[in-house]
Write a protein that binds this ligand. Structure first.
Ligand SMILES: NC(=O)c1ccc[n+]([C@@H]2O[C@H](COP(=O)([O-])OP(=O)(O)OC[C@H]3O[C@@H](n4cnc5c(N)ncnc54)[C@H](O)[C@@H]3O)[C@@H](O)[C@H]2O)c1
Ligand SMILES: O=C(O)C1=N[C@H](C(=O)O)CCC1
Length: 266
């Protein structure tokens, strides 16, 4: 089995630390470096709370990419730095696997062009949970028959971006199946701004942020006399790790950027 050498950006975060625990147990993935905001020059195994993995930590992404041997950079940071890390990884011929959400359409297109130019695989997946990918695919299917839909996404209150990457991706998939139209009463008026949620091509997205939540979404379809709700819950961040592993192995076979884990599933 070919070993896949990985850099993880954001190793002390909720997702990054879960990714290190997954790599520690995995037979194919090897951690060769980390990119963090702190602990430059230290080793992962010497940082309290991190798994006992032998890999250097860098605060400078370029230096990390120059000094560390790596096939894949797994980014689990913030929208601002995730974009910078992805671009730098491609420039250094390292394949990005990106869970970080909140990229703009322009940023995604720029990264797609760069990956194509370099003929390098890249995976950007707003949700690595297999159940969430199915929820999005089922929603796309349902939209063929139920053109009226609203999305309710619920996340922990430390989340930076709203709506969630998953909600945006779901809306994009539904958009491929339905004609643009405004929902609700044609004369409806918000008496408090934002009451009807964000407007994505006429469908509404509602974002809840509460302590106690991890990552949850309901896609609610309405038709005459009936509703259909497609719902997914991530109760623990372990739910994302089989998708991270899948992306880190499959990205080695790609020479373009794919947006969404569905491109890697049968
Ligand atoms: N795709 C998915 O399945 C999925 C699942 C969960 C979270 N996410 C996304 O992953 C990202 C991280 O989520 P989280 O819950 O782990 O957040 P978090 O705040 O717990 O972790 C982010 C980490 O990034 C680090 N960081 C920030 N700037 C950095 C930089 N310049 N260099 C290196 N590290 C830096 C922070 O120190 C922090 O440890 C978010 O964008 C979130 O939306 C995606
Ligand atoms: O915890 C988060 O932040 C998550 N973000 C993703 C999104 O924006 O869709 C998915 C799951 C968790």
């Amino acid at each position: 089995m070919n070993q896949i050498k990985c850099i993880v950006a954001g190793p002390r975060g909720k997702m990054g630390s879960e990714a290190l625990r997954m790599i520690e147990k995995d037979e194919q993935l090897t951690l060769t470096g980390c990119i963090d905001r702190k602990y430059d020059g230290m080793n992962v195994k010497d940082v309290d709370g991190l798994p006992k993995l032998d890999a250097p930590i860098f605060t400078d992404t370029e230096v990390c990419l120059q000094e560390v041997e790596a096939d894949v950079l797994i980014d689990l940071t913030t929208p601002e730095f995730g974009y910078k890390h992805t671009k730098l990884a491609l420039e250094h011929n390292v394949r990005p696997v990106v869970g970080t959400t909140g990229f703009s359409d322009e940023q995604l297109e720029e990264l797609r062009s760069l990956a194509a130019e370099k003929q390098l695989g890249a995976v950007i997946a707003p949700n690595f949970a297999i159940g969430a990918v199915l929820m999005m695919q089922f929603s796309k299917w349902a939209a063929k028959h139920f053109p009226d839909v609203e999305i309710i996404e619920k996340h922990h209150d430390q989340k930076l971006d709203a709506p969630s990457g998953t909600a945006v991706k779901t809306a994009q998939l539904i958009q491929e199946e339905r004609n643009t139209h405004k929902q609700g009463h044609e004369n409806e008026k918000e008496t408090i701004a934002g009451a009807r949620g964000a407007d994505f091509d006429g469908m509404r997205i509602h974002s809840l942020r509460l302590p106690g939540l991890v990552a949850h979404q309901e896609v609610v379809f309405g038709n005459l006399g009936e509703t259909l709700t497609i719902k997914h819950d991530s109760h623990h961040r372990e739910s994302f790790m089989s998708g991270v592993k899948l992306a880190a192995t499959e990205v080695m076979k790609l020479d373009v950027l794919v947006y969404g884990l569905e491109h890697l599933l049968d």
